[in-house]
Design a protein around this ligand. Structure first.
Ligand code: PNS
Length: 158
C-alpha cells in the first residue's frame, strides 16, 4: 500500500491544509494526517480539539485518517510504514526551512518529502494569521471549514 503523511500542528486546520490533503489523497492509497505535538508550544486548540476538527472535515475522504504523535516525524513514519511526507509550499519563503527539514528527515531515515505547491487561492493563508484575524474580530469564514469557524467564534466570543 502506498501511504503518505501530511504532518503539521493544525492549530487549527485551514482551507490551505485541506487543499493539500485532498490532492495527496488522490495520489496515495492512504493519507495520514499526523498532528505533531510540541510540548514547548501551547496552541489555541488542544490536541484533542484539533484532531476532532480534522476528523470532522476529512470524514468525506475515505482514504484519509487522522492521528497524533509526540516525537520525531521520521519515527512516526518508520512505525507506520510510511515512506513519503507531503508538504505544501505556499511561497519561496517556505522553501528554505522546508528544504532543511526534508534533507534532515531524509538523512535520519531516508524518508522522502514531496513538495506540493499550494493553490494560489490559499498562498497567503496560515493558521497563525487566521487566529490573529479571528482574535481581532475579522471574518475568516471563507478561510477555514465551517466547524473551525464556529469554534474560533466560540473561543474569541466578546
Ligand atoms: O504546521 P507546522 O507547525 O508548520 O508543522 C511543522 C512540523 C510539526 C511538521 C515539524 O515541526 C515536525 O516535523 N515536527 C516533529 C518533530 C521533528 O521531527 N523534528 C525534526 C524535523 S527535521
Amino acid at each position: 500500500m502506498r501511504r503518505a503523511v501530511c504532518p503539521g500542528s493544525y492549530d487549527p486546520v485551514t482551507n490551505g491544509h485541506l487543499d493539500i490533503v485532498e490532492r495527496a489523497a488522490g495520489l496515495y492509497d492512504e493519507v495520514v494526517i499526523a498532528v505533531l505535538i510540541n510540548k514547548t508550544k501551547s496552541g489555541l486548540f488542544t490536541v484533542d480539539e484539533r484532531i476532532e476538527l480534522l476528523r470532522e472535515v476529512v470524514a468525506p475522504l475515505p482514504n484519509v485518517r487522522v492521528d497524533s504523535w509526540h516525537g520525531l516525524l521520521v519515527d512516526y513514519c518508520r512505525n507506520n510504514d510510511i515512506r513519503v511526507i507531503v508538504k505544501g509550499l505556499r511561497a519561496v519563503s517556505d522553501f528554505d526551512y522546508e528544504l532543511q527539514m526534508a534533507q534532515m528527515n531524509h538523512q535520519l531515515s531516508s524518508v522522502e518529502t514531496l513538495f506540493m505547491p499550494t493553490s494560489p487561492l490559499w498562498s497567503f493563508l496560515s493558521s497563525s494569521l487566521v487566529k490573529d484575524v479571528a482574535a481581532n474580530g475579522g471574518d475568516v469564514s471563507h478561510l477555514v471549514p465551517g466547524s473551525v469557524h464556529q469554534q474560533l467564534s466560540r473561543k474569541f466570543a466578546r
